[in-house]
Every structure is written in structure tokens, then in C-alpha cells.
Design a protein around this ligand. Structure first.
Ligand code: PBG
Ligand code: ZN
Length: 311
């Protein structure tokens, strides 16, 4: 009877699994703070995604790394048509077609030598000058075949700029998932190790959101909608369930929540010590994210959750 009247249900088609793609074929590097997660070359990614598809994971979100020695102040390697992400997109779409939705993270931080998400001018990130390389990166992902581009840089105006460029290139069908309310968070630590994207100086508080604010998230959602975002995102997820609920109430757009690396690591660490029951904690966490109002759940837990039937 409890199942009959349960208010929240999660289905596999809601899940997005992130992947860290390395530029070198054959490479595979486990992420030390994220047990079960490894960065890998394109050739290794394909069988992994095929196995995940069999579990019901229909959507991936790709992050990349540049070839060694190609990080530069302007992050130009992000828009390289032969980059790891671009090659992975092409191979995945070729292999799996419409069975797989391929999303790409659009940002510069893994490609700039200073590790910031935009270009630096006079010691600060220059919002407007950063738009052009971001647009070029999104375009190169779209040309490789990406279904969805997801700008995570948090520069103002980038969603509209990317939409205009995609349309001008005849790519009206490519959707934009905007990282709408991305907070300056301590929970990104393990990801920055995996993506090699930590800022060498300073932090991201100049462009990411202040964790004290929720009305600002609604303003960000309004701007992203005006700029024609197709889906919105709140990130991280569990410390910001109130933000998920607020954005859900303020917008009718599909809403994603990103259960980020540090949220995953914290659960895994407690489980390893025998302090938490992984199956029950992961189920409770993912249900909380859905109950708060997320339609799409981006989480490193989804492979284990589906394989082990934790939901
Ligand atoms: C970079 C980016 C980050 C994440 C996604 N894209 C980290 C950051 O802003 O430093 C975090 C993902 C995670 O922690 O799982 N633009
Ligand atoms: Zn970034």
C-alpha cells in the first residue's frame, strides 16, 4: 500500500552519468577521491557507455582534458575539433545514435593554464571577452554531434550567445542545458582533481553563486529562460534542495540537479568506514533530489544504483 500511494518515483531515463574523457587512447586513471569513477580515453569509454545503456542510463555528460602541454591563457584547446570531447561525441553518436543523449560540458577551466572558467584580464575574469571562446567550444561540440551543450562557466550572457551561434550554424536542434544556479562550492574538490581544473590563483566566487542566496537563483533562471535555455540546472544538489524547489516553482522549464563529486565522495567515504549503509543512503539522497522538484538527476551514483537495484 505504501508503494500505491508513494508520491515520488525515479525512473532510469531521468539519470545522467558524467564522464571524464582523456585525450590519449588506452588511458585509464581512477579518481582517488571517487571510488568507482575513472577518467578514460575514448576507446575505453565506448564499452563502458554500452554497458551503462543496458542498465538504462540513456544520457551522458562529457568533460574533457586537453592534450598534455596545450593549456593556454585563452583555453583555445577547448574548441579543438580533434579534442577528447569532440572525438568522444562523434564516436558515441556513431555507435549508439538516438539511443544515447550526449551532453557536453562547455567551459574553459580544464583548458586554461590559470584554471579559471573564463579569460583573465587585469587579474580578474573578463565576462564579455570570455563569451567568444565559450561559443566556439559549444559550436565545436555541436558540430561533432552533441545533442545538448551545457555551459558551466557562469558568465553572464553566454546562453544567448551560444543559442545565436548555434542557430546561425543551422543547429536549431541542439539544446542548451544551462548551469543556471551553480554555487561557489567546496563540494567540487574531487572533480577538480579528475578534470585537472583547479584555479591556480584565487577562487570562483566572482562568477559562481553565493551560497547565502536563493532569490538570485530565480533571477538567474529568468535570465537563462530569456536567453532561450532549454533546461535549467541547480548545482550542487543536496545542500541546495531549497533552491531546486524554488527554481521548480518559478520556472516551467525542465530542471536538472547535479549531485556533484564531493557529495558522492562523502557518501563513499562513510560507506567505506562502515558508518553508512550505501544502498539506503543513496536511495534516500536521490529521492530527496527528485522530491525537491528535479526532473533530471546528474549523479555518479546512478550506475551502482541501477545495477544493485537500490531504488
Ligand atoms: C567546471 C565544472 C565544475 C563542475 C562541473 N563543471 C567544477 C568547478 O566549477 O570548479 C563540478 C562537478 C562536480 O563536482 O562533480 N566549470
Ligand atoms: Zn569551469
Amino acid at each position: 500500500m505504501r508503494n500505491l500511494v508513494a508520491e515520488t518515483h525515479i525512473v532510469p531515463s531521468q539519470f545522467v552519468l558524467p564522464h571524464f574523457v582523456l585525450p590519449t587512447d588506452g588511458a585509464e586513471e581512477p579518481v582517488s577521491a571517487m571510488p568507482g569513477i575513472a577518467c578514460m580515453g575514448v576507446d575505453r569509454l565506448l564499452p563502458q557507455v554500452e554497458a551503462d545503456l543496458a542498465l538504462g542510463i540513456r544520457t551522458v555528460l562529457l568533460f574533457g582534458q586537453p592534450a598534455p602541454g596545450t593549456k593556454a591563457p585563452d583555453g583555445q584547446a577547448a574548441a579543438d575539433d580533434e579534442g577528447a570531447v569532440q572525438r568522444a561525441v562523434a564516436r558515441l553518436k556513431d555507435a549508439f545514435g538516438d539511443d544515447l543523449v550526449v551532453m557536453t560540458d562547455v567551459c574553459l577551466c580544464a583548458y586554461t593554464d590559470h584554471g579559471h572558467c573564463g579569460l583573465i584580464e587585469g587579474g580578474e575574469v573578463d565576462n564579455d571577452r570570455s563569451l567568444r571562446p565559450l561559443v566556439e567550444t559549444a559550436l565545436s561540440h555541436a558540430r561533432a554531434g552533441a545533442d545538448v551543450v551545457a555551459p558551466s562557466d557562469m558568465m553572464d550572457g553566454r546562453v544567448g550567445a551560444i543559442r545565436d551561434a548555434l542557430d546561425a550554424d543551422g543547429r536549431q536542434g541542439v539544446a542548451i542545458l544551462a548551469y543556471t544556479a551553480k554555487y561557489a562550492s567546496a563540494y567540487y574538490g574531487p572533480f577538480r582533481e579528475a578534470a585537472d581544473s583547479a584555479p591556480s590563483e584565487g577562487d570562483r566566487q566572482g562568477y559562481q553563486m553565493d551560497s547565502r542566496n536563493v532569490l538570485e537563483a530565480i533571477r538567474e533562471a529568468e535570465l537563462d529562460e530569456q536567453e532561450s535555455a532549454d533546461m535549467l540546472m541547480v548545482k550542487p544538489a543536496l545542500p541546495y534542495l531549497d533552491v531546486i524547489a524554488a527554481v521548480r516553482a518559478a520556472s516551467a522549464k525542465p530542471l536538472a540537479a547535479y549531485n556533484v563529486s564531493g557529495e558522492y565522495s562523502a557518501v563513499k567515504a562513510a560507506v567505506e568506514r562502515g558508518w553508512l549503509d550505501e544502498a539506503r543512503v543513496v536511495r534516500e539522497n536521490l529521492l530527496a533530489i527528485a522530491r525537491a522538484g528535479a526532473d533530471v538527476i546528474i549523479t555518479y551514483h546512478c550506475r551502482d544504483a541501477l545495477r544493485e537495484r537500490w531504488l
